[in-house]
Design a protein around this ligand. Structure first.
Ligand code: GRG
Length: 306
């Protein structure tokens, strides 16, 4: 009976998280559609919309909104940041799927952008999403102070470029079929995946006008959440369902990817991920009850099946 109750609670929790993600995703999609509709309707709008709207969990946006709850920051002051982050994330996925990178033809259960629109359009749509992110942050209608906008632009640029996602991607590609140490892999994954999560939490701290120390705390925490997300991604590639994940699984080994799962083995990698999650939750304790929603998303990150 107790076991049944526990399973029912777990099922209800999962259902609630799915509902929450869907609600946030549709909010951000709506924002992006409105923003793009206010711009000139160029040939690239279609592949850009294909890459960024109506697909994906938009989990980074959920983390931003839930971190905002800790500091009582209204959604209005965070929506531009969410939309910008989703543009950067989708740009990175569009480029990552290209034949010169990971050469994947399926993304979010649909043909990748280059399969649907051709390679040149995918490169250009991806690049346009990257620049759109900065238009969204610097938009006059975004109701935050100009000096905070500049701070956010600076951080988003450094988390996206050679010291962030792009730099991490370069390492990921160079590490293929090479023997790398645990620290080298962690450093690569913290850049490739972690830096955008780092930005998500940092940006909320900037909007909330927090101290340098608190913003640094949020950056580090975000990066650790990103590493946890990457570990879950590696577990999904190994044991997940292609249908749920929306892309082929068991590709990391075929491509000779350097992952913690491969280096440590399944048991140690799961242990490492669980300890990482515990440490993240411990760090959040100082912020008390307001972290409830954020904690449920962090729990979901490791348990997710998609
Ligand atoms: C091309 C500059 C450049 C960077 C690519 C993000 C990235 C770097 C590569 C993607 C490869 C990959 C599978 C990374 C693992 C983490 C990750 C970003 C997974 C996908 O993110 P989700 O699950 O995707 O949030 P959805 O579809 O939900 O938006």
């Amino acid at each position: 009976m107790r076991c049944l109750k526990k399973n029912l609670k777990k099922f209800q929790k999962k259902k609630m998280i799915k509902k929450k993600l869907k609600k946030n995703a549709s909010k951000i999609d709506k924002f992006l559609i409105n923003f793009l509709n206010r711009q000139q309707n160029t040939l690239l709008v279609k592949p850009m919309k294909y890459g960024v709207i109506s697909g994906g969990k938009k989990i980074r946006s959920t983390l931003i909104l839930e971190t905002g709850k800790i500091f009582n920051v209204s959604e209005k002051k965070l929506l531009n940041i969410c939309a910008a982050v989703e543009c950067i994330h989708s740009y990175s996925l569009i480029h990552d799927d290209l034949p010169c990178m990971d050469n994947d033809s399926l993304r979010r259960g649909k043909p990748s952008t280059h399969i649907k629109f051709g390679e040149a359009s995918a490169v250009l749509a991806g690049s346009s999403l990257l620049t759109l992110a900065f238009e969204i942050i610097s938009d006059k209608k975004f109701p935050i102070q100009p000096n905070i906008k500049s701070e956010i632009v600076r951080s988003l640029a450094s988390c996206s470029g050679h010291t962030g996602i792009a730099g991490g991607q370069e390492l990921d590609l160079k590490f293929e079929n090479k023997k790398k140490s645990i620290n080298q892999i962690i450093n690569m994954q913290k850049k490739k995946t972690g830096k955008l999560f780092n930005f998500c939490l940092y940006a909320v701290g900037a909007v909330a006008k927090k101290s340098k120390r608190e913003k640094n705390f949020l950056s580090v925490l975000g990066e650790e959440i990103g590493l946890l997300f990457q570990l879950a991604d590696d577990f999904l590639d190994n044991k997940g369902s292609a249908k749920l994940v929306g892309k082929p699984v068991k590709k990391d080994n075929k491509k000779g990817k350097s992952t913690l799962l491969k280096l440590m083995g399944e048991k140690k990698a799961y242990l490492y991920a669980n300890n990482l999650k515990k440490n993240i939750l411990l760090k959040l304790k100082k912020h008390g009850k307001k972290t409830k929603d954020l904690i449920s998303t962090i729990e979901f990150i490791l348990e997710r099946k998609f």
